[in-house]
Design a protein around this ligand. Sequence first.
Ligand code: SF4
Ligand code: FES
Length: 256
Amino acid sequence: MSTETLEKTEGGAQSAEGASPYITATFRIRRFNPEISADAIWEDFQIEIDPKERVLDALHKIKWELDGTLTFRRSCAHGICGSDAMRINGRNRLACKTLIKDINPEKPITVEAIKGLTVLKDLVVDMEPFFQAYRDVMPFLVTTGNEPTRERLQSAEDRERFDDTTKCILCAACTSSCPVFWNDGQYFGPAAIVNAHRFIFDSRDEAGEQRLEILNDKDGVWRCRTTFNCTDACPRGIEVTKAIQEVKRALITRRY
Ligand code: SF4
Ligand code: FES
């Protein structure tokens, strides 16, 4: 385990007006580079940072000022693109939505890749199995008949039926927090079911039966053990377990 320290920046200097907002925080990051070693190691980085900043800011500081080889995904930096889900202090979160002050910076903050998907390098995992499950549930509107000459109307009540599951940003925090998925990557996983739910309960869609049959598979909804990890992990506050339960009920009653 190596420790690297960033010297205080001008922002970290004690100002005459008052105490510096900066603290020294230790980020303990799980590093993996298959070109160097088959084993992952924990590496500590100490940085001066304002605790009101986010874990993503800390990762940028480490990458840009201490070790340019640190590898992670991010894009929007505002909780929209879903690319920076990672395990922070043992819990799946978006690095761009996690404030350092909220995760006890008095102790080393652990950061590692999400579980259940193959780690390619440092915090980057192979998302392909996750997106394959997403594609498998047909996450698009299916209709038959002639193209309408105007928009397809829907009542506010019908729209409300699947409002929660439209919020998914495909970050994989739910699927990679699911013990069933850890043990068997064949399971569709919560995110795919959430996205199936979004169309199954859409009154304009005509492929609900098809999607239900796909999820009736041995790797489908029945694998869910209702541990609620997915609901706890979702950064969008989606009631993931509830959505899975609704799909199970629709499979039994064939009413949706
Ligand atoms: S349901 Fe929530 S946790 Fe799962 S992929 Fe969508 S946004 Fe991420
Ligand atoms: S970087 Fe886009 S959600 Fe965090």
